[in-house]
Design a protein around this ligand. Structure first.
Ligand SMILES: C[S@@+](CC[C@H](N)C(=O)[O-])C[C@H]1O[C@@H](n2cnc3c(N)ncnc32)[C@H](O)[C@@H]1O
Length: 560
């Protein structure tokens, strides 16, 4: 008999099957797609794993990361900013400005991936053209006291380089530019273990193991904060019950906050302010994303996915997370912080990720709710004082335009650079101005144009037909439009540009290289060096307060 072969029994069976399916789902914890756990590579520290199979080219993280750029850290020594940070090219900060190269501290997954140098099982790489999602979280220097207090570098993403099985560890391919990631080589150099990557199997953990021993990395999503004056905020993706770890936060530690003041003599500063017609910031934006324990010079930078987006509230009904040391076996706080160690001894032992904090739900949190923590009374007082005193920097605001607004005006809205999809086809497309046109109709003071173009090399002529670069943001060059042609069939513009100067030097000799047939969508606006909001002198700077009861006595090294 077809149709209903078992009558009531069959429906009971179906019900029982549904129950079994539900309990299976509960057991293996479907829902969390990415986990932080002990790396499957011996002595690899923490690693990030996918709980579900991923196809080649799929996003290797639930949402883009934010990066905070360190522009002029006083000295590399004592800041260890090379560890767990990226070079400026990765996320499009080539023109940010600074006497030393800026380094990007990115919060989330990309930073936590391990790397295997250039070969073997590479499974992820940084991706995308971040320029179009760089924003100031909706804040505007002409009216918002929060302008310059949050990073504009939102949009760092990664994608898989091959199909991945559920449970695989995400491994970065060659990190490029000298390998700027904590990786197997650095583990070797640290003398922690002799590793032979040729004999290491593809790093992987069983999904059930991850559910039991991993820390869920994708409970949060990033959106504009419910109070837009705060910039962006972190929101929960799914219902989380009281006591759940909303997000883990491995820590990178820095011994002295003073290393993040901006190293300019008064003379340099006056010269800078005269030249750039703006006042200069005195402390790195980075400090706003760090905790500082009371009575201590230490800065603790939490680099878990999304945790840097959690905003402050002192309103008890809004606060829904508190900080706790993690129970995870990779967190060393029980051994180190309750001991009689000196700060020096502790400092020699600690390494990035050796201490892990948890943001824990203080009550049930509904899907879509924004997460708030209490940054502490000192932070709140500093913020209120700032808001009271703040007024727009008239000079820095005059004749300033945000690059992303200008790009929108020019019809650059796609995030895929120069490929077919990205072609802009509007009759009303606003063209980029030629150098000649700019003499009578200049762009706002802060803007310059950059082009996505393949590397120029010795064997290239000085005049070349444009070719797209392999990776967005890494091969951008300053460029100036010499002429343009309207292609009526394609309804778009192409340009002849002068690529200058970084791509066109050969053996110390600068050449003027010209690219022709440059598509409209290969051109971007960026802020000129030192012009972006994070350089504003009236921008708010204050680290987040760290709970006293989590602070060991030997961290309190400041004389009172
Ligand atoms: C760790 S970040 C939080 C994420 C930040 N909102 C963003 O968009 O990147 C800390 C900064 O966010 C802003 N912020 C956080 N809580 C705030 C609040 N209650 N009121 C105003 N601004 C706040 C301040 O600029 C602060 O320095």
């Amino acid at each position: 008999m077809k149709g209903n072969p078992g009558g009531r029994n069959a429906s009971r069976l179906g019900y029982r099957r549904s129950l079994m399916l539900l309990s299976f789902v509960a057991t293996i914890g479907l829902g969390c797609d990415f986990y932080l756990a002990e790396s499957a590579i011996p002595h690899g520290g923490l690693g990030v794993f996918t709980a579900k199979p991923l196809e080649k080219g799929a996003p290797a993280q639930p949402w883009p990361d934010i990066c905070v750029y360190l522009t002029d850290a006083n000295s590399r020594k004592g800041t260890e900013i090379d560890t767990h940070t990226w070079q400026k090219y990765r996320f499009g900060a080539q023109w940010l400005g600074g006497r030393t190269d800026p380094r990007a501290a990115c919060m989330g997954l990309v930073t936590t991936f391990n790397s295997m140098g250039m070969k073997m099982y590479a499974s992820a790489r940084p991706a995308a053209d971040p320029f179009l999602i760089h924003t100031n979280g909706g804040l505007d220097r002409s009216k918002d006291p929060g302008a310059g207090a949050i990073t504009q570098y939102y949009g760092a993403t990664s994608e898989t380089t091959r199909n991945l099985d559920a449970g695989e560890e995400l491994m970065l391919r060659d990190t490029g530019h000298g390998g700027d990631q904590y990786n197997l080589d650095s583990a070797k150099e640290d003398g922690r273990q002799h590793l032979n990557i040729e004999t290491v199997p593809p790093p992987k953990r069983a999904p059930e193991w991850l559910q039991k021993h991993g820390m869920c990395l994708d409970n949060l999503i990033v959106k504009t904060a419910t109070d837009p004056s705060m910039g962006r905020g972190a929101f929960v993706k799914r219902f989380l019950s009281k006591g759940t770890v909303v997000a883990p936060a491995p820590l990178q530690m820095y011994p002295k906050r003073s290393k993040f003041s901006v190293p300019m003599s008064n003379n340099d500063r006056h010269e800078f302010e005269r030249k750039h017609k703006m006042k200069y910031e005195t402390e790195q934006l980075f400090v706003n994303y760090c905790f500082q324990p009371k009575g201590s010079t230490l800065l603790l930078y939490p680099y878990g996915a999304g945790v840097g987006l959690i905003n402050h509230s002192s309103n008890k009904s809004k606060i829904n997370v508190i900080l706790k040391w993690s129970d995870h076996h990779m967190n060393h706080s029980p051994q180190w912080l309750d001991s009689t160690l000196s700060l020096d001894q502790f400092w020699k032992m600690q390494y990035p990720g050796s201490l892990i904090l948890d943001f824990v739900a203080t009550r049930n949190i509904r899907e879509g709710e924004e997460i708030f923590m209490d940054y502490g009374p000192e932070w709140e007082k500093a913020w209120n004082d700032h808001v009271q005193k703040w007024e727009p920097d008239i000079i820095a605001t005059k004749n300033y335009a945000y690059p992303w607004d200008e790009m929108k005006n020019h019809g650059i809205t796609k995030n895929d650079g120069s490929n077919e999809e990205g072609k802009q086809q509007h009759k009303s497309l606003k063209p980029f101005r030629t150098l000649g046109e700019q003499e009578t109709s200049p762009y706002p003071n802060n803007l310059m144009t950059v082009c996505d173009t393949r590397n120029w090399s010795d064997d290239r002529d000085d005049r070349m037909k444009w070719r797209p670069s392999l990776h967005w943001s890494e091969n951008l060059a300053e460029c100036r439009v010499l002429s343009r042609t309207y292609n009526s069939k394609e309804e778009t513009y192409t340009y002849e540009v002068n690529v200058w100067p970084d791509k066109c030097s050969t053996g110390g000799r600068h050449r003027t290289c010209i690219d022709y047939d440059v598509p409209h969508n290969a051109i971007r606006f960026v802020d000129k060096p030192f012009q972006s909001d994070q350089h504003l002198a009236n921008a708010f700077r204050h680290p987040i307060g760290f709970p006293d009861h989590l602070t060991p006595h030997f961290w309190r090294n400041e004389r009172s």
